[in-house]
Each structure stands twice: as C-alpha cells, then as structure tokens.
Design a protein around this ligand. Sequence first.
Ligand SMILES: NC(=O)c1ccc[n+]([C@@H]2O[C@H](COP(=O)([O-])OP(=O)(O)OC[C@H]3O[C@@H](n4cnc5c(N)ncnc54)[C@H](O)[C@@H]3O)[C@@H](O)[C@H]2O)c1
Length: 259
Amino acid sequence: MTLTQTSPVALVTGAADGIGWAIARRFAQAGCRVVLADLDGGRAADRAASLGPGHGALQVDVAEEAATVAMVAAALARTGRLDILVNNAGIGDSHRPTLEQDVASFDRILRVHLDGTFVASREAARAMAGRGGAILNLSSIAGITGLPRRNAYGAAKAGIIALTRSMACEWAGSGIRVNAVAPGYVGTALVAGLEAAGRLDRARLERRIPLGRLAEPAEIAEAAWFLCSPAASYVTGAVLSVDGGWSAFGDAGAASGEA
Ligand SMILES: NC(=O)c1ccc[n+]([C@@H]2O[C@H](COP(=O)([O-])OP(=O)(O)OC[C@H]3O[C@@H](n4cnc5c(N)ncnc54)[C@H](O)[C@@H]3O)[C@@H](O)[C@H]2O)c1
C-alpha cells in the first residue's frame, strides 16, 4: 500500500514481537504509517524495515517516564502527527507465590504495564487534542478474573481497565476514543516461557477454553484494528474480551490449566 504524509500514524509499543508485532502488521496493511517502539530497538528496526518504506522504529523502556515522553515526541517529530496509540508493551508476572513476592518485582510489573500506559496515553492525548485519535490498551483475562500467582500482573491489567474507562470519559470531548482488549491465552513468547518453565499445561488449558485452543496473535490484532478504526467511531471506554469464551465460561470447578 502506498503511504503518504496524510496516511494515519499508529504508534505501537512492544511491537517487536508477539501481539504487538501482529498489530503493527495489521495496521500497516490497513494503510497506517506504523512506528514500532520496543525495549529491543534493533529488532523493532528490523521489523519496521520488513514492513517497507514509511514505517519506523524507536527504542524505549515504557517503565521510564522520561523515555516514554521522548518516545511520543520522537514519533511526532518523525511523522508530524499521531492518530493511534497502542499500549501493548508488557511482561509476565514472576509467578512466585504471593507470600514470596518482593516489592521490587511487583513494582516493575506495575511500572511497565500501568505507568507505561498512563504516561504514553497522556503524551499521545496532548498530541491528539483538537484533531482526535484512538488509544487502545492491552488488558487481559487476568485483569477480569482471579489467577493464582498473578497478583501484580492482574492488578496492572485491572488497573488498565480502570484507566481506559477514566481516560475515555475525560477525553471524549477532545475526540479521543480509548478502548481496551482483554485477550485470553495467546500463542506468543510470553506463553511459551510459561510452558517451558512447567507453569502451564497446554492440554488442560485447551480443555478450559470453550473454543478449545489458544488465540493466534493475528486474532488479537483484528480486534485491535476494529477498535482503532473508523468502524468503531461510537465505541469508547469498552473492554473487548478476545478469549475464546474463557471469561464467559461459568464452570467454577474447571481447572485453569496452570500448574
Ligand atoms: N500472550 C498472552 O497470552 C497475553 C494474554 C493477555 C494479554 N497479553 C498482553 O499482551 C501484550 C503483549 O504480550 P505478548 O504475549 O505479545 O508478549 P511478548 O513477550 O511476545 O512481546 C512483548 C514485547 O514487548 C516488549 N517489551 C517488554 N517490556 C517492555 C518495556 N518495558 N518497554 C518496551 N517494550 C517492552 C518486548 O521486548 C517484546 O517485544 C502484553 O501487554 C501482555 O500482557 C498477552
């Protein structure tokens, strides 16, 4: 697709891998100029180059306020506009029993997910005010239901839902829509890491999911594109579950699939 200076600009954090990379591809396919921001700046640059001319990459640690402010400023300086922000960068929980979890690891998870989403959204909203835009946040089933050994991750993802709703109400008058997706289990490096550590029993998990399988990253990207596209012009403050029916399943006795 030919991109021009008037093509919408989408800034996607955590875009070098997994769901973020699938979102970057989907938004590029839809005609956006995509800025891929990631802790792994080299990989983000390779990914951006593979999308073709008109796309770019930035290195960032979204847990750091100054770096996140600089990320939005750099994206704006390069492209001259910002239409879409996707707050996707994330890390897994320590998976230690809560009784053994320390404040440092708890805090790091909150900073990446919650502070990162807050700061990037604040900066993007400054840029979008007056001309409108869309912000999409990555929550999780862990922010909606309880999962053991996920206290920091669950708190961060529940906090992201609260942030989404609050910002949506506050910025609606500026033409900025703010929504969230809440994926279930997605086949990415994050989940592969859990599996490799013996923390996740895939067969049990698949029996717990009504659709009987994990999601593909591209399936989350489709929901992300819908919420950021003009097709969702009357949708704001929404949390869209993309979880194969996980959160709809009322069998409280069913095993979660996690060891
Ligand atoms: N995989 C799942 O099952 C699942 C389910 C629900 C929600 N999510 C959420 O979706 C998002 C993406 O998850 P994923 O599975 O694709 O993860 P992933 O580990 O495959 O990819 C995450 C990307 O984010 C980057 N990143 C990590 N910390 C960062 C930081 N501080 N600053 C900038 N970039 C950083 C990584 O370098 C990586 O490229 C996360 O917010 C995650 O919590 C994932």
